[in-house]
Write a protein that binds this ligand. Sequence first.
Ligand code: TMP
Length: 236
Amino acid sequence: MKKGELLYEGKGKKLYKTDDENLLIAEFKDDLTAFNAQKRGSEAGKGALNNKISTQIFRLLKEHGIQTHLVDTISETEQVIKKVDIIPLEVVVRNIATGSLTKRLGIVEGTILPLTLVEFYYKNDDLNDPLVNDEHCIVMNLVKSEKDLQILRHLGREINSILFKFFEEKGLKLVDFKVEFGVDKDGNIILADEISPDSCRFWDAKTNEKLDKDRFRQGIGEVKVAYEEVLRRILS
Ligand code: TMP
């Protein structure tokens, strides 16, 4: 597979064209950003860790019948992925209250939510990725129909059921996570982007130690050590 021209550079990955018009190469970067890139940093080896972690998680989800964009992981930092039209929504799934949920609504940090909460945020840096409801999504044409929102909500919950159980067995609490979806050439909504400690919150089941990007957001340090620990648990 030939790596072609750079198509897009995001905060965590670069996307390249390939000699197959339906496939792209995603390259995971070492950069770390938080608060809409107001805070910037870098950790050597973080891209390779996220590539490995996301590969394992996407394979697990595939085994459970979730369609994803991942075709093959071809190097330390690169994956071949299906080209999709990204739906401009961040689908956030929450099991335990923390982060923006506690800030916005005053729910006490660490509260176990009585139901799995699924939220949609409009992917728009200029607007700071605002929370949107179903009607906003329809009015703004972010999805084709209400049915697509039901599919996104259903997929978010399915992914959560699979991953919550998987990480529980590894001694990690899956507190919350963000996923993105795209529409493939056949019109199917499939999982895209990545699932890694950049996009999830993992707390150690016994100590509640944070093992994710909150270590960077909150300046706790030892970011890479935490990501390595997540990979170690996944492979254990
Ligand atoms: P939040 O509590 O800041 O809204 O974050 C919810 C989850 O989504 C958390 O696991 C971190 C993840 N997330 C991203 O992956 N990208 C983002 O830009 C934001 C704000 C959150």
